[in-house]
Design a protein around this ligand. Sequence first.
Ligand code: GLC
Length: 723
Amino acid sequence: MAVRAGGGKVSRIDTLINAMTLPEKLGQLTMASGSYALTGPLHFADPSDAIRAGTLGNLLNVVGATEVHALQHIAIEESRLGVPLLIGFDVLHGHRTLFPVPLAETSLFDPAIWELTAREAAAEACADGISMAFAPMVDVARDPRWGRGIEGPGEDPWLAQRFSQAKVRGFQSGNLAAGTSVAAVAKHYCAYGPVMAGREYASVDISERTVHEVHLPPFATAVAAGVAAIMPAFHDLAGVPMTAHVALLRQWLRDHLGFDGVVVSDYNAIGGLILHGVAADLSEAAALALNAGVDIDMMAGAYLSGLPGALERGLVQLAQINTAVYRVLTLKERLGLFDDPYRRGATKEAAAMLGPRRALARSIGARAIVMLKNERAALPLAQSLRRVGLMGPLADAAEQMGGPWPAAGNTEAHVSVLAGLLSALPQTEVRHAAGVALGGDGAVDAQGALDLCAQVDVIVLCLGEAALMSGEAACRTHLGLPGRQREFAEAVLERAGALGKRVIVMLFSGRPLVVPWLVERADAVLACWFLGSEAGNAVADVLTGRVSPSGRTPVTWPRCEGQIPIFFGQRPSGRPANPADSFTSRYLEAPNEPLFAFGHGLTYGSFVFSNLRATPRCARREETIDVHVDVLNEGTLAAEETVFLFAHDRVASVARPLLELRGFAKIFLQPGEQGTVNLRLPAAELCFLGGDLTVVFEPGEVEILVGPCAERARLLHTSVQLL
Ligand code: GLC
C-alpha cells in the first residue's frame, strides 16, 4: 500500500509519485520552450516525443488553445501516467491586449489598476491555454544603465511591495483553479537590479542590509499574497549564484517565510552554474540547484540529464527529487489541471471583451504619461490648432509601442502616435516627417522635417529608444537619445525657435533618459515609456487635453550618467553636501540633485499644499497615525494630484534614509477647488532593521514629510514621537 512519507491518507499526488519512474519524475521538473521567444541558448526539438515519454512535464512559449490542447492531449492520452502540462509565458503587461509596460503602469500609483490589468491579462492568457505567467517582475532598480528596470516597479522597495501584492492578486484572483487565473511567478529573486556597472547578468555585490531592506521585501510581500512560484535571478550575489543560493532560496524563502510553492529556474540558469564556475558538470549544477530548492529546470535539461548522475554520486537524495515533484504536481492540482486540463482555452476570449479592454489600455496609457515639463502654455494643444508637425523616429512606430516583452501582443494592431493624432484631430492637418532613424547614424529626411517647421503651428517631436534598447540584455552606457536623434532634435529646436514655434517632446523609453539639454530647450517634455496597444490614442488624449496628465515617475531621472546609482532613499552621510564646504558629499562638476525627482509629474492643474497635521502626536507601534494635508488647485483646469508621504527617522540605531516612502494618495480637484487628503500611516511601518538585521521599533522623533515628489524642498513637514 503506497503511503506518503509521514503517514496520512494517500493522495492522488502520492499515488502518482509512487508510480513514476525516475525519468518521469525528472520530466515533471523540466520546462522546455515550445516554439519561440527564446531568451537564451538551447532549444528542445519537437517536444511531443518527450511529452509522450513522460520526460517533459512543463513548457513555455506555447501560445494558443489549439496548440496547447494538442500537446495537452498527448500528455493526457498518450503518456503512461497522463500528467497534465503546465504552460508558462511572459505575460508582463497584458497578453494580446498590451497595457503600458510595468514601469509606465507604476507611474499611475494606483494599486487597483495594477491588479486589474493583471486580471485582464490572465483572462486573455488563459484563453490561449496558458496557466503560468512569468510575472510580476518585482526587482527594485536604481541603475538605469541596466535594461530591465522597464519590467518592474521602479526604485523604491515600499512601492515595489504594493505592486507585487496587486499583481499576484490580479494574476491569481484568489482562485488558482479558475479558468481565468494563472500561477504568478515573482521574479527575479533577488537583488538583480544592482548588477555590477549596470551590466546585464553581471555579479552583484551589495550589503546584506541592502538585500534585506531593499530587495527581499517585494518577494516577501508576494509570498504573503500567496504567489504560486518564484524565479531566481541569473546573477551571483557575492559569488553565490541565486540559482544555487541555499541561504536565500531555502533557508530564508522556504524555512523563514514558509514559502511552499514552486521555484522555477530562469532560462538555462542551472546550466549557467557551470559558467559561473561553481559546478564542474551538469550533475553538479543540477545538484546545487536541487539542494537550493529549485523545483523546475527551465531549458537547461540539467535535471533530466544531470540528476541521475548526481544520485549515483550521492550529491542528492531521491527524497529531494520526490519533494520537488510533489510541489510541482501540487501546483498543477491547485491550477485545476488534473480536473480539467483543457479548461484554459476551452472558451475563446469573447470578442466583446476586447473592445472594453482596449479602452482600458487607452485610459491607463494616458494616465501613465508623465509630464516632465510644460511651459509657454504649450499643452494642452489649442482647439483652434490648424496644422501640427509630427516628427521623429517614434511618431509612426506602432511596432515599438509594445516595449521589449510584447508577449502575444499583435504589434501591427498597436496605435501609433500618428494614427492617434489623426483620429483625435480630424479638423487639424497633421503633417508627418520622421526626420531621423531610431538608432545608428542614418539621417532619414532631416531637411524635410526642418522645412515642415515653417508650415505648421506647433511641432510634436517623438524621440527616444527602440523597444529592444531596454528589457533583457539591453544595457546602455550612454543614456541620451540613441543614434543621431540629438543632432536632429537640436536642428528642429533651432529652426522652431527662430520661427517662434512651440516644440513638444514625447519621450519613449524603457528607462529615464539623460537629456538635460532637451528639457532645457523644449517647451514641453512628456515621458511616455511604452504605452502598449493604445499608445497613440493615449498620447493624443493627453496632448489635446481630453485627459489631464497625472503620471508620476517611479524612478529618479539622473542629470548625467556619473550620478548613477541615484535614488531618493539615500542615507545622509557624515558630511552631507554643503556648497560652501568642499569637504562634503558632492561632485566637482555636477550637482547632486537629479534632473527630475522620484514622483515628479506635472498636471494641467496647479496645486498648493498646506496645513499638514498628524495625529496622534505620539504613537505606539500598534497605533495608526492619521496624516492630513489640504490641497488647493490654483490652476485653470481640473486635474488629479498625487500626494506622497515620506518619513525620516533622524536619529536611530542605524543611519536611516533621508526619505522613506510610506504612503501616497490621489485627489481630483476642479479649478479653485480645495480638498483634504488623509494618509493613514500605521506606526509599525516605521519599523526598520536594526544593527543585527532584526526588525526594531525605536522610540524617538520621526519626521513626516508630505508633498508632490521626493524633493525635500517641496515637502511640508511635521513630526511624531514614537513611544
Ligand atoms: C528570460 C528572463 C525571464 C523570463 C524567462 C522566460 O531569460 O530572464 O524574465 O521569464 O527567460 O522567457
